[in-house]
Design a protein around this ligand. Structure first.
Ligand code: FES
Length: 157
């Protein structure tokens, strides 16, 4: 018989309640995998956010068993307690619905701090190629750039 995992998820707004779902427990699954499975297989009205799925953008952040975590980087086996995971929206921002919070204040502060990219080139400028020398210390930067590129691709598509 398939081993199941209990997932308690906050549903609704400020006055919502926890609803418990049962999903198959697998050897390698992240908390985001579990939420996605519930949304796609059990309840399509479940609201949550994600973008890159590789720990770059932070959009998948939720409160997992009482702690804020990036759910795409959180493996179930590292956070599960008594075969149960409790998921709530982040506690420091207003709730919109289910696991989604209002990030307006965050982005306002981000903009005030100058955390935005302001490009100077246009589509009419020629491409610039940037190749890192094949040194071990450049490997991490290459991986990071590849992840960022995937994240941007998801946002654009
Ligand atoms: Fe988790 Fe981007 S979806 S950090």
């Amino acid at each position: 018989m398939e081993k199941m995992l209990a997932v308690k998820i906050w549903r609704g707004e400020e006055d919502g309640e926890f609803v418990t779902y049962q999903v198959p427990s697998r050897e390698n699954q992240t908390v985001l995998d579990v939420v996605t499975e519930i949304q796609r297989q059990v309840d399509p009205t479940l609201a949550y956010r994600f973008s890159c799925r590789v720990g770059v953008c932070g959009s998948c952040a939720m409160t997992v068993n009482g702690k804020p975590r990036w759910t795409c980087r959180s493996h179930v086996k590292n956070v599960v307690k008594n075969n149960t995971i409790v998921l709530e929206p982040l506690r420091n921002m207003p709730r919109i619905k289910d696991l989604v919070v209002d990030m307006t204040e965050f982005f306002d502060k981000w903009k005030k701090a100058g955390g935005e990219f302001i490009g100077t080139r246009t589509r009419h400028d020629s491409l610039r190629w940037w190749i890192l020398p094949a040194k071990p210390e450049n490997r991490r930067m290459r991986r990071s750039n590849a992840s960022t590129a995937r994240c941007v691709m998801r946002l654009v598509m």
